[in-house]
Write a protein that binds this ligand. Sequence first.
Ligand SMILES: NC(=O)c1ccc[n+]([C@@H]2O[C@H](COP(=O)([O-])OP(=O)(O)OC[C@H]3O[C@@H](n4cnc5c(N)ncnc54)[C@H](O)[C@@H]3O)[C@@H](O)[C@H]2O)c1
Length: 426
Amino acid sequence: MILEATTPSTIEEEFNPRLSAEARFDAAAAQLGLDDGMQKILRSPSREIIVHIPVLLDDGRLEVFTGYRVQHSIARGPAKGGIRYAPDVTHDEVRALAAWMTWKCAVVNIPFGGGKGGVICDPSLLSPTELERITRRYTAEILEFIGPEIDVPAPDMNTNEQTMAWIMDTYSMHVRHTQTAVVTGKPIALGGSKGRTEATGRGCMIVCDQALRHLGLDRASTRVVIQGFGNVGGMAAKLMARAGYKIVCIIEWDGAIYNDKGIDIAALMKHRKDTGSILGFAGGEEIDRNEAVFLNTDILLPAAKENVITSQNAHRLRAKILCEGANGPTTHVADSILSDKGIFVIPDILANAGGVTVSYFEWVQDRQGYFWNEQMVNDRLEEIMVNSFQDVVAYAQKHGVNNRLAAYMLSLDRVAAAIRTRGIYA
Ligand SMILES: NC(=O)c1ccc[n+]([C@@H]2O[C@H](COP(=O)([O-])OP(=O)(O)OC[C@H]3O[C@@H](n4cnc5c(N)ncnc54)[C@H](O)[C@@H]3O)[C@@H](O)[C@H]2O)c1
């Protein structure tokens, strides 16, 4: 089915990540002058699988869960993307996220297309054994459509390295040999990669370093505000503080901590581990979390959720650099406001691509059967993130567009070029 182009006009539409992604696709396709036929190809998922999975619950009842796997593109390599478990998973959402993965893999120039999967279920109501049965049956149902050369899933919302271990095991049992490269995000003991946990946060730091260099700033005088103190935000905070950045504010769902002299991130992590919250931390003052994103700062790093910067508040942003650790923290309508304000945006499909890049390294290591040390993983991640940043900024300058549009144009261009060169198999 072809995804229709739509321009968000109401707040509800502005907040719909699918419509935001499509609006950006449209802008990039128009700027590139992509012909209608190529636009149709790039808008259409290459393959969509829907499965209805019967699962025996712990109390003896049978339940049927619906699962999806969408492979948006395999033009540049196997499909790549996560599998999420949530009660509100929809086919439409999985489709949009699969396309997003195509652009993300293309912008960092790794040899993957894009895919995404999901199962409609509420993990908070399911036991580990029920989740295992759902995972194994879902894997068995999509078995011939995944594989190291076909489609390589990974964790996403409410799935983790244990889920990946079950998928790897189920797949391996069916193909009659251990095949670790069928998924990434596995435990290290089962073919996972060193450096994967820190990879997305590390990638954020690398592109921030590049932005500082581009703008003639230095780490020591750079103030950073981070929203979200989880995997991406927490790792970015830890690594950036260690590298000399001044992290002046951490924003969480229940409050924000501010320290003009820079927060001791290791101490805040320990405090949160001990108490379950960043609040009550002695090393900073508590400020209004809704106002904290508008602090006068050099870098704002949203790493929590989507739709944080919108048409309603983008004019209030005072950061020089916006590094999008989260997926979709800025709505499409806010893009032009940020552009007009001259904010240097490092768009999500570039800024948070460190995770999928180290997933690529995991796949390479599994296929080689040879595992790299952490320094090698980090060095290669740095090389890819630096090259990708430079590609995007050079593209933006060459075409006179902002960084986000440049990132989309660059990735569409790469995928379109692959399709044209391969030709259409009749
Ligand atoms: N983990 C990865 O490798 C990765 C890769 C690419 C993109 N992302 C994206 O980054 C974002 C964060 O992912 P994560 O893996 O760090 O998740 P996470 O669950 O580990 O962390 C998210 C953090 O944000 C906090 N949070 C939630 N709502 C908030 C709010 N309203 N205000 C402030 N803080 C809030 C949570 O309490 C949590 O600490 C998501 O958009 C995700 O899709 C993650």
